[in-house]
Design a protein around this ligand. Structure first.
Ligand code: SF4
Length: 470
């Protein structure tokens, strides 16, 4: 094993949140939500929380850290008794990592005390917030979640579904909300279905989750995806579907397939691992490379790397080992130690790569800093040549819909041509998957996806500055 370890900087597209909800009388809904959030942990690691309703009241627990950190004391879960629950994991792309921004957000107004969890970004969030503040609202958090709470309270409707039908058309952007009242669980998806949300069932009730891998964890069966512009209301009568907005053309985030989702999840009826494998095969067809082995950067690129290896007829090898046990509380090395090359998280396997011509597969290049380090690390471990294949086109525009990207100026794909990027990251060659190639691998009409970070064509008009482009 090589001695060198690498510390990956914040140079990845970051999904901001995962949501989970359950309506299941007679079940330990808090415990099931804990398991569901565990499965969704890859979607956000900065804060976690669960709220439970028992028909009368709502009680919640949330905090900074991984799900296992926030609920390390088992009594915290035991105190959450009821038959409905919502849960949330968050990566703070917008708003700070302050505990106050952790969700669920439980608010009180004349119509009740709903708990709200949310994934996405409102492109008119700042405008709505300013309007509400001018009208007298005082915000405690910097999340868009609280905007919906204020709109509900100001709707003039005491019944929550009526209030939502009145205010949801004012929200523009990408969002999935789960809203829990003492006796209802409500799921909402934006009119373009940019962020994913699926509905499933157990023997005792119904579940909702950002990804279907959470269903497997709690023994639920997938029923269907929540439709763009749909509100699903679950109560003692079961699920009821209401269309709160005209269904716009679906535009699901293509990065869910490329990078965010877990390989065992299904999105729009397709298994993520299988899609990534097709992306890898297509990539190798577009960029055939003469090499000895293929390796993927763990974890999101492993499926695609197996497709590349299959297509090139080369051995698929474990060129890296990832340290999975670095939590938030891990003490980052000091600048001095970093300068000495004390690096963490990813370790190249010298015996596998030394003396080899290596094809390194990754899902995307954002700033280029991570790719540069990984290529350097492979060379230090003895690789003779390093050829980098990327299972997406160059990222040239920031995301306005809840994914943390770099600024336009920082995106290496917006500044440099492919050959220049190869030189910058120190690779012998570099190939990006073409946009057409990527879309053909999805086996669905290409109009059904958002691909704006590759081409700047945004499905929802952005009237405000991108939160990551300041
Ligand atoms: S801009 Fe990119 S990351 Fe954002 S939703 Fe569209 S495809 Fe996904």
């Amino acid at each position: 094993m090589a001695a060198e370890l690498i510390n990956l900087p914040e140079d990845k597209m970051k999904e901001e949140c995962g949501v989970f909800g359950i309506y299941s009388p007679g079940s330990d809904v808090a415990q099931l939500t804990y398991y569901g959030l565990y499965a969704l942990q890859h979607r956000g690691q900065e804060s976690a929380g669960i709220a439970v309703a028992n028909g009368r009241d709502i009680k919640g627990e949330k905090g900074i850290g991984l799900v296992s950190d926030v609920f390390a004391e088992t009594t915290k879960l035991q105190e959450l008794q009821g038959h409905i629950a919502v849960g949330h994991v968050r990566y703070s792309g917008t708003g700070s990592t302050s505990p106050v921004n952790a969700q669920p957000l439980i608010v009180r107004y004349y119509g009740g005390s709903p708990a709200i969890v949310y994934n996405g970004n409102l492109v008119n969030g700042r405008k709505l917030r300013m309007q509400l503040e001018r009208e007298g609202s005082i915000f405690q958090t910097t999340t868009d979640c609280e905007i919906l709470a204020h709109l509900i309270a100001r709707s003039g409707e005491s019944e929550i579904v009526a209030a939502l039908q009145k205010v949801l058309p004012r929200l523009k952007g990408a969002f999935t909300f789960l809203i829990m009242t003492p006796d209802k669980l409500i799921a909402i998806r934006d009119a373009h279905g940019i962020r994913p949300l699926s509905l499933g069932e157990t023997a005792a009730g119904f579940v909702l989750a950002s990804e279907t891998c959470a269903f497997d964890t709690v023994g639920a069966q997938f029923i269907r995806d929540v439709k763009p512009g749909e509100m699903v209301v679950i109560d003692k009568n079961g699920p009821q579907s209401l269309q709160y907005a005209e269904t716009e053309k679906q535009a699901m985030c293509v990065f869910e397939y490329i990078y965010f989702a877990r390989p065992d999840s299904n999105l729009l009826g397709q298994n993520v691992h299988m899609v990534r494998k097709r992306l890898g095969r297509r990539l190798a067809q577009e960029h055939p490379v003469d090499a000895d082995i293929v390796t993927g950067v763990p974890d999101s690129s492993l499926s695609a790397a197996s497709g590349v290896a299959e297509q090139l007829g080369l051995p698929y090898e474990m060129g890296f080992v990832k340290n999975r046990y670095i939590g938030r509380t891990f003490i980052q090395p000091s600048p001095e130690l970093r300068a000495l090359g004390v690096q963490l998280k990813l370790n190249p396997v010298r015996q596998i790569v030394a003396g080899k011509r290596v094809v390194m597969v990754d899902d995307s290049i954002v700033r280029g800093t991570t790719s540069k380090r990984i290529v350097h690390m492979l060379r230090q471990a003895g690789a003779k040549e390093v050829h980098v294949l990327i299972t997406s086109p160059p990222v040239i525009s920031p995301c306005y819909y809840g994914v943390h990207t770099a600024t336009s100026q920082e995106l290496i794909g917006a500044r440099l041509e492919t050959k220049e990027i190869a030189r910058e990251i120190g690779a012998d060659s570099l190939g990006f998957l073409s946009e057409d190639g990527m879309l053909e691998c999805l086996n669905l009409p290409k109009e059904e996806f958002c691909t704006a970070c590759f081409n700047g064509r945004y499905p929802v008009v952005c009237t405000e500055e991108c939160p990551y482009d300041k």
